[in-house]
Design a protein. Structure first.
Length: 87
């Protein structure tokens, strides 16, 4: 199984989209500073993930989530996550 995930940076309030075949290990690597794209944006929280049977499907979904077409979806995720922090 392959996962597509969205991380929320508590430092800059931005999102990071990625895909992996081992989500738990990948999230640990992000938060331990081993991923160049996010090492200065920690701490990070996974606010969304989706599972796929093939890497091809996961990569297609990752590509969509990184596109402008998904901006409304990602803005909604940020709003919901930040409002849950304020409760």
């Amino acid at each position: 199984m392959f996962s597509v995930y969205i991380l929320y940076s508590h430092k800059d309030r931005q999102l990071y989209v990625g895909q992996t075949n081992d989500l738990e290990r990948r999230l640990t690597r992000h938060n331990d500073g081993h991923v160049d794209a996010t090492k200065y944006r920690r701490p990070l929280t996974c606010i969304h993930s989706e599972m796929f049977d093939t890497r091809t499907e996961a990569m297609a979904r990752e590509k969509f989530l990184k596109s402008l077409w998904s901006a409304r979806f990602k803005k909604k995720l940020i709003t919901e996550f930040e409002s849950s922090l304020n409760r």
